[in-house]
Write a protein that binds this ligand. Structure first.
Ligand code: URA
Ligand code: ZN
Length: 393
């Protein structure tokens, strides 16, 4: 029997100010509106460069807090931190593509406004009465991460987020200020974020070159199932290779979709580093060590994947420094860096069902991981999020 809080750390919200901006645009990213022959408004979200199938139908579940709370209630979710496009019990964050398409001055103004909007959205959300007297929604703020932005603006926005009490982290894509997350220009951002104790949620948007998907119409399957996680994999590998985690060892990074393919490829990454004269002595530790310094969501949909990821996290200690220390891999220890998420409002069921398969499948996967105790499962369901986001204060 599960006990304790169920916290959704991966949920998105397109705040009304952001949705209005997308409606006013006619190029990607935008929201298109048409009226159907029977007089209904048909709104669609077009955010990918080669958006398949005319975009995704959107409605109040993308921007209306009542809809988020109803969804949470239906699935027994106590809290969500949203990336401003999301919700803690729900940690809510803003959704992709964030502010990537704006000029530096527009992005700066909008980041400040959306962070205030998200604080209000969370602060005025209901309080969870029974288990812990905390809000049902917390958020991840946004930085104006666009080319040409000044370092001072980015650092000021980290400070703004750290002063908004219901924002417990920030969400970012993989482009940084145009050169990716291994860009040395981001060092002041990592330093300020580490100092503020904010969690950085790294979330994909661009996938990989669309030519890789061929000519068949496979809907959104390949960009979402493969392109998104590959993007996260590449961005995080670059970040590790650039030494960010050596320079900022207390930086708390949370990776979307269980880190994509990074856990599976981490030994190969380590071996390629060891055999490459350009990087062989650049890092303080074997690449596998850094996997254990990350936090990964549990949005992987299968118990075998969750178990494997927890092993990869747990074996980190074997690779501290340059040498290998034989020690048992403690899967329970690995579970302590994994956190339940839903990706709401994405992945709704195709036919009317009481609960969303995308949510139920992730909860069932957590329950079925071999070698996780009930305490481990409760941790992944919510306890780890309470600690990581300091929700009890
Ligand atoms: N599709 C998106 O565009 N974003 C997500 O986070 C999930 C699915
Ligand atoms: Zn997401």
């Amino acid at each position: 029997m599960a006990s304790g809080l169920l916290v959704d750390i991966h949920t998105h919200v397109y705040l009304p100010r952001y949705a209005a901006l997308l409606r006013a645009r006619s190029a990607v990213p935008f929201i298109s509106s048409t009226v159907t022959p029977n007089g209904k408004l048909d709104e669609r979200l077009l955010i990918l460069d080669h958006e398949p199938s005319g975009g995704r139908p959107v409605g109040p579940q993308y921007w209306d807090r009542e809809e988020k709370l109803k969804f949470m209630d239906k699935h027994g979710i106590d809290v969500s931190p949203s990336p401003t496009v999301d919700s803690l019990k729900d940690s809510t964050s803003s959704a992709n593509p964030w502010l990537d398409f704006l000029s530096a001055s527009q992005a700066r103004t909008l980041a400040t406004q959306l962070n205030e909007d998200l604080e209000e959205h969370c602060f005025t959300s209901p309080t969870l009465q029974d288990i812990l007297p905390i809000k049902r929604l917390y958020g991840f703020g946004l930085l104006p991460l666009v080319p040409g932005i000044s370092t001072a603006s980015l650092v000021d926005t980290v400070k703004q987020i750290s002063q908004l009490p219901h924002l417990r982290g920030l969400i970012m894509g993989t482009r940084g200020v145009g050169k990716g997350l291994d860009d040395q220009a981001l060092d002041p951002v990592w330093a300020a974020t580490e100092e503020a104790g904010l969690v950085v949620f790294i979330h994909p948007h661009y996938g990989v070159d669309a030519k890789a998907w061929g000519e068949k119409d496979n809907g959104h399957v390949l960009p979402l199932a493969l392109g998104f996680p590959f993007e996260t994999t590449i961005a995080t590998a670059r970040l590790i290779l650039s030494g960010v985690l050596d320079r900022y060892p207390s930086l708390r990074l949370l990776l979307a979709h269980s880190g994509g393919a990074l856990p599976q490829l981490s030994s190969r990454l380590a071996s390629c580093i060891d055999h490459d004269p350009v990087v062989a002595s650049r890092l303080k530790h074997d690449a596998r060590y850094y996997l254990g310094k990350l936090y990964l969501d549990a949005v992987a949909y299968g118990p075998e994947e969750l178990g494997f990821v927890s092993d990869v996290i747990a074996r980190s200690g074997r690779y501290e420094g340059g040498s290998f220390t034989p020690m048992a891999v403690d899967r329970s220890l690995g579970s302590q860096r994994m956190l339940f998420g839903t990706d709401h409002p994405f992945f709704p069921p195709l036919s009317l069902t009481e609960k969303w398969k995308s949510v139920v499948e992730n909860l069932e996967a957590i329950d079925a991981v071999e070698g996780w105790s009930q305490a481990d499962r409760d941790g992944v369901r919510g306890g780890n999020a309470v600690s990581l986001f300091n929700l009890s204060r």
